[in-house]
Ligand binder design. Structure first.
Ligand code: ZN
Ligand code: FE
Length: 252
């Protein structure tokens, strides 16, 4: 619990994350990945759903939108009008308030053209959807390497202890790839062990923190000499290195 708000992590099979933010009986869902599962959860917990905040329009993150809106009358807020059932489209850096929390929209193009992160500055939390994963990032479906690089840098510029809640459980696979680029990075080796432990105990690897991502996520480490040397790109720009790392991950 941070500043009176707590986050329930709901893993929607097989690897999607929905999040329920709650204060008292007031709830917000970040990415309604499954309407039935989430509606049952809200009922069991006696929560009143105020809003769904969607990170992007892909169906694995929005397939519960219409059902939850119909069952609860909640508002659906997004940064992309393609999001199913969107009632309100907000712009970059707009601040909205639900359940007594200020939530800032961060426009993060790259995975999609109009995707968002949802940032709670007072609580020190950010919900990144498919822009940033644990030790990874989403594929470039609608954006350029330049856009995705800048979106990731924007997330990396948040305070180090900001909790990072991401959209999929891909962390172990991502760490395997990261280790192929930086086999001697001790923070990476330690994280691999720690995250493997969490999963074998039945807990999740979400959330991480901005600092953990900065030290172990290869997509945030395109300025590091070790990675540039490994790729034979010592003199290339961080965006060029990012594009190459993304290309290699697509084939990993
Ligand atoms: Zn997606
Ligand atoms: Fe996804």
């Amino acid at each position: 619990m941070v500043n009176g708000i707590s986050v329930d992590t709901i893993l929607i099979p097989s690897d999607n994350y929905s999040y329920v933010l709650r204060r008292g009986d007031c709830a917000i869902v970040i990415d309604a990945c499954n309407g039935t599962l989430l509606f049952e959860y809200l009922q069991r917990q006696n929560l009143k759903l105020q809003a769904i905040l969607s990170t992007h329009h892909h169906s694995d993150h929005t397939s519960g939108n219409l059902k939850l809106k119909k069952m609860t009358g909640c508002e659906i807020v997004a940064t992309d009008k393609r999001v199913r059932g969107a009632d309100r489209i907000v712009a970059d850096s707009d601040s909205i308030k639900f359940c007594d929390s200020h939530i800032t929209a961060l426009l993060l193009p790259g995975h999609t053209k109009h995707g968002a992160g949802w940032y709670l500055p007072d609580e020190g939390m950010v919900f990144t959807g498919d822009t940033m994963f644990g030790a990874g990032c989403g594929r470039l479906f609608e954006g350029s390497p330049d856009q995705m690089y800048n979106s990731l840098q924007r997330l990396a510029s948040l305070p180090d202890d900001t909790l990072v809640y991401f959209g999929h459980e891909y962390t172990i696979d991502n760490l395997g790839f990261a280790l192929s680029l930086e086999p001697d990075n001790e923070a990476l080796q330690d994280r691999f062990k720690a995250e493997t432990c969490k999963l074998s105990e039945g807990t999740y690897t979400t959330p991480s923190t901005v600092n953990i991502e900065k030290t172990t996520n290869p997509f945030l480490r395109c300025r590091e000499k070790t990675i540039r040397a490994q790729l034979g790109m010592i003199d290339r720009s961080p965006v060029a290195v990012f594009a190459e790392v993304r290309k290699r991950k697509d084939r990993f």
